[in-house]
Design a protein around this ligand. Structure first.
Ligand SMILES: [Ca+2]
Ligand SMILES: [Ca+2]
Length: 192
């Protein structure tokens, strides 16, 4: 409180006396203080910007009639996802997502795979080789190519076992192709 009662000149005098008794150059101290304040303002501005971007994505993720979509983050990657709590065939799961204007989840980077791997139960994702055997496509149209996506599947998968495995699930921590007629949980992705 007593500091508030001091005038600007008195504060300046105290500062100069403090510097001279400690043999410190006042201009160096002042420029260091100015630099620190600038850094602090910059930090606050950046953090504030990041928070408002996340809030914007969160709002976009939850807009619409289906309120079950949640924003999930891994590093700089954000995905807007809805995890089913019931099982269904691949086609029915795909149709369910499309009916809500979304798609089966496309997990085409390791950050996205890390989001998928938070789930432990087998789950359909947006990847299949239904059209051409052996050529998998993500449900954003992108082809699944090696070596770009090497390591996404389990060892010795995709196996197309008994020539009838065209749809992909998360199984354990990696992917496996299985018959599309099987029933699993699934994940829809709203593109932000
Ligand atoms: Ca196949
Ligand atoms: Ca397989």
């Amino acid at each position: 409180m007593s500091i508030l009662l001091l005038g600007k000149t008195q504060i300046g005098d105290i500062f100069l006396r403090h510097c001279s008794t400690r043999s410190v150059d006042p201009s160096v101290v002042l420029s260091t203080m100015r630099f620190s304040i600038l850094l602090f303002i910059l930090y606050i501005t950046v953090i504030d910007g990041i928070h408002s971007d996340i809030n914007l994505l969160q709002a976009k993720c939850r807009e619409g009639s289906d309120a079950d979509y949640e924003l999930e983050q891994e590093g700089n990657t954000f995905m807007c996802l809805k995890w089913s709590f019931w099982t269904d065939t691949f086609d029915r799961a795909k149709n369910y997502c499309q009916f809500s204007g979304t798609r089966l989840g496309v997990f085409d980077t390791w950050d996205k795979m890390k989001i998928l791997q938070r789930r432990t139960r087998p789950t359909w994702i947006g990847l299949d080789d239904i059209q051409i055997e052996g050529r998998f496509h993500w449900h954003d149209g992108q082809e699944f190519r090696d070596p770009e996506f090497s390591g996404f599947f389990h060892r010795y998968e995709p196996s197309d076992s008994e020539l009838m495995e065209d749809c992909v699930i998360l199984q354990g921590s990696l992917l496996n192709d299985v018959p599309c007629s099987a029933s699993y949980l699934f994940v829809c992705e709203k593109v932000l």
